[in-house]
Ligand binder design. Structure first.
Ligand SMILES: *Cc1c(COP(=O)(O)O)cnc(C)c1O
Length: 391
């Protein structure tokens, strides 16, 4: 009997090592990685610059403490603040923790305004993590059931729908923030319209709410911009990051700007591991490699290629309802549940994922090549055709 807690339905495979876009299982079979450990392995596997930077950092010092100065953390906060046009950064170790920081920040901001029970507008189909506050903010009953009582102070509205949001908030004086993913990931790769994000910005300014973007999955170059909201030309007051930031070394971040700046004071929040020298070295190197290898352009170009080829190859397939996404966040929505495709893909040497029951999700590394892309499209289209024909 396994001594692991039974929290995951695991696929019957384990990997010994990786190289670029490929992972190798214990028997030596290779798999094209179109998932990147769920948008984590930004640079693919074993990128030489990342391996070198991490190894060198390990040989210097891994962890000190936030009781002391951490020069690499300062450097990483400078870099992230400049890429995002934001003021301050708090480091933690995961996406859920980054969102916990955002939620706490919003409540503290609300209390500062004299609001005793501040509320945050959150979206349907959203995903913000598995801690009690973040699962309460999440718009998916499956994540919440069994963990009631949920944390209060969240008001749910439909995603990408400003009119309903404004109507819901009408007459309420307890709202202090809006929390939204610019591209919903777990919810099925749903891209918010730019006009929606712009209108949210204007509404938040008018009402003095914090605009909080959860960029845990869509941030760090994946959409072709550093952050998924940047194509809309708006800046949030709070932004959470994690997944792709450390290329597999756990690190999360909560950034603040504008009216959110200066909300946390010493003693309000903290993390033992958050932003330790090893994690910061991994993140700084990830950002440098994205810049030096022009991986944002690659994400855009290869993402467009994958979508265009998928559209061409799957044209006329009645079971395919939509092919969507931006950059290397790609969703193929079928008209029926298709979780079974994941294991069929595995047998065919492809690592893909299905989310929201019916959406095949592709999140390849940002340095995925055109050759990898064509291999992926060929494999995925054959699987989808076979799957639909067999039903
Ligand atoms: C994965 C994810 C999270 C949670 O991140 P963890 O590191 O698993 O805690 C939060 N928000 C979004 C948008 C995510 O995709």
């Amino acid at each position: 009997m396994s001594h692991l807690m039974n929290t995951y339905g695991r696929l019957p495979v384990a990997f010994s090592h990786g190289e670029g876009s490929w992972l190798f299982d214990l028997a030596g079979k290779r798999y094209l990685d179109a998932l990147s450990g769920i948008a984590v392995s930004t640079l693919g596997h074993n990128h030489p610059r990342l391996v070198k930077a991490i190894s060198e950092q390990v040989s210097q010092v891994i962890h000190t403490s936030n009781l002391y100065g951490i020069p690499l953390q300062e450097a990483l906060s400078d870099k992230l603040a400049s890429l995002a046009g934001m003021d301050e950064v708090f480091f933690c170790n995961s996406g859920a923790e980054a969102n916990e920081a955002a939620i706490k920040l919003a409540r503290l901001y609300g209390h500062g305004l004299g609001i005793a029970e501040p509320a945050i507008l959150v979206m349907e189909q959203s995903f913000h993590g598995r801690t009690l506050a973040t699962l309460s903010a999440t718009g998916n009953k499956k994540v919440q059931v069994g963990f009631e009582p949920l944390v209060g102070g969240f008001v749910r509205v439909p995603f990408d729908d400003l009119a309903t949001l404004a109507a819901t908030a009408e007459g309420r004086s307890d709202i202090v923030a809006v929390l939204v993913e610019p591209v919903q990931g777990e919810g099925g790769i749903r891209v918010a319209h730019q006009a929606y994000l712009q209108a949210l910005r204007a509404l938040c300014d008018e009402r003095k709410w914090l605009l909080m973007f959860d960029e845990v999955q869509c941030g760090i170059g994946r959409t072709g911009d550093w952050f998924g909201h940047q194509s809309a030309g708006v800046r949030p007051d709070v932004m959470s990051l994690a997944k792709g930031l450390g290329s597999g070394v756990p690190i999360g971040a909560c950034l603040a700007a504008g009216r959110a700046t200066g909300t946390f004071k010493p003693g309000n929040h903290g993390s033992t591991f958050g932003g330790n020298p090893l994690a910061c070295a991994a993140a700084l190197t990830t950002l440098s490699v994205i810049e030096d290898e022009d991986l944002r352009s690659n994400a855009l170009r290869v993402g467009d290629l994958i979508r265009a080829r998928l559209v061409a190859a799957l044209e006329g397939e009645e079971g395919v309802k939509d092919i969507r996404g931006v950059g290397l966040m790609i969703g193929i929505e079928l008209d029926r549940p298709c979780g079974a495709l994941v294991i069929q893909a595995l047998e065919a040497g492809l690592l893909i994922n299905v989310t929201a029951d019916k959406v095949i999700r592709l999140l390849p590394p940002l340095n995925f090549s055109e050759e990898d892309a064509l291999t992926l499209v060929e494999g995925v289209t054959a699987l989808i055709r076979g799957f639909l024909a067999a039903q």
